[in-house]
Design a protein around this ligand. Structure first.
Ligand code: ZN
Ligand code: ZN
Length: 406
């Protein structure tokens, strides 16, 4: 199915739900959940390819520590085939040269001449900033910016950068939409003196105001370990409110500023073949999963942890039998997670790193017989864990949607 057809099907399902929600929920016998959204429905797991994506990275064009060429080279050598450079639209280049932590001779001279929207310009196209074009690397490159004046947001597939200081997030997201772009919200719980956390209601408003055709999701794993329960809990809290009508895809990114200390948090796109259109369609449809390691790694010195992560080979859905089966390797446990027990906060979101109840683990094992699980509430997502000494390697799927019970 084409992306458009899938979106149409999704919109149709939402419309049908609005009209006949009660009847639809009753379609399952004895309150059995009815699967209405499978982000991997179009994947042929035998033939599709898995492509690692770094969607949130910085270079010397803002406050990153490396020139573009070095960043692309490192991700290319680490096996990444999809790369978005998302420099802060609020920063001039060479922040760390001026700060003294990057040597003067490494300063990036670009752009010359300055683009009209400097310094809010995107680091794109790559040859203007000293690196060969994505095709030369066998990669898909995505134009983007980290919109950084308010809540940080990854803006992709367009050239927007916020020049004026009076545009709120809604105006920024509408601009991304009008330029044909996609966006997701960055590192909600990051613990930094320059960051103001928002209550869950703020996120609810954004996802009510902006449709899934351009606001596709939220960062769930990133470079922080201390605040990861915050971000995961927020995702579950939002999924519990919005699934299955309005999916919110989860993204893993590393917010890379320094290649010497990444967490290997990234997303993996499952596509029939690697090209610009297939990657964008997969981003819109949630046809990807994401992973995170707790260890710090230096991409330039140590091989990435591919063989240490739980590996997903297939996710098969048998709708007649009401069964989802994960074919995976390299894991200790497979958890199936549904909505949190409560939507009430349990602590102060500004100071606690776990202010909301996380989703409930309702099952462990490779197979979920969902028709026999009336406790499934609106969605189920899958986490695969593998421990290795002190470190934990996790793989997360996007959510499957169920018609809500009566
Ligand atoms: Zn940020
Ligand atoms: Zn960032």
């Amino acid at each position: 199915m084409t992306s458009t057809a899938r979106l149409t099907a999704l919109a149709l399902a939402a419309a049908l739900f609005a009209l006949t929600g009660a009847a639809w929920a009753q379609a399952g016998e004895n309150g059995a959940p009815v699967l209405v959204l499978n982000p991997y429905a179009d994947v042929d797991w035998e033939t599709f390819e898995h492509h690692k994506a770094a969607l949130h990275t910085h270079t010397l064009q803002s406050d990153g520590h490396h020139p573009l060429q070095e960043v692309v080279q490192a991700y290319h050598d680490a096996g990444f085939t999809i790369l978005a450079i998302t420099d802060h639209d609020t920063h001039e280049p060479n922040v760390h040269v001026r700060g003294g932590s990057v040597r003067e001779e490494e300063a990036t001279p670009y752009p010359d001449p300055e683009p009209d929207d400097y310094p809010a310009n995107t680091t794109w196209p790559w040859p203007d900033f000293g690196a060969p074009a994505p095709a030369e690397w066998g990669m898909v490159g995505i134009e983007g910016n980290e919109l950084s004046d308010r809540h940080h947001m990854n803006s992709l597939y367009n050239d927007y950068g916020v020049l004026s200081r009076d545009k709120d997030e809604d105006e920024q997201l509408h601009e991304v939409r009008d330029r044909g772009g996609l966006a997701f919200l960055d590192h909600p719980g990051i613990d930094a003196d320059w960051w103001t956390r928002q209550p869950v209601e703020w996120y609810v408003e954004r996802f009510e105001t902006h449709g899934p055709e351009y606001l596709v999701g939220i960062e769930v794993t990133n470079c922080s370990v201390e605040t990861e329960k915050y971000d995961e809990g927020l995702w579950d809290q939002l999924l519990a409110r919005f699934m299955p009508e309005r999916p919110i895809w989860g993204f893993g990114t590393d917010d890379m500023h320094q290649l010497s200390s990444v967490r290997e948090s990234h997303s993996v796109f499952v596509v029939d073949e690697l090209n610009d259109a297939s990657v964008r369609a997969a981003m819109e449809d949630g046809q990807f999963y994401f992973r995170k390691s707790s260890r710090r790694n230096d991409f330039r010195e140590r091989a990435p942890a591919e063989e240490l992560f739980p590996l997903i080979h297939a996710i098969d859905v048998d709708e007649d039998a009401g069964v989802i089966t994960v074919d995976a390797s390299n894991y200790d446990v497979i958890q199936w997670i549904t909505a949190p027990e409560s939507l009430e906060p349990v602590a102060d979101y500004e100071t606690s790193n776990e202010p909301w109840p996380l989703g409930q683990v309702v099952h462990e094992g490779a197979t979920l017989n969902y028709q026999e699980m009336p406790e499934l509430d609106r969605y189920v997502r899958i986490e695969l864990h593998r421990e290795d000494g002190e470190d934990i390697y996790r793989t997360f799927t996007n959510p499957f949607g169920f018609a809500p019970a009566e």
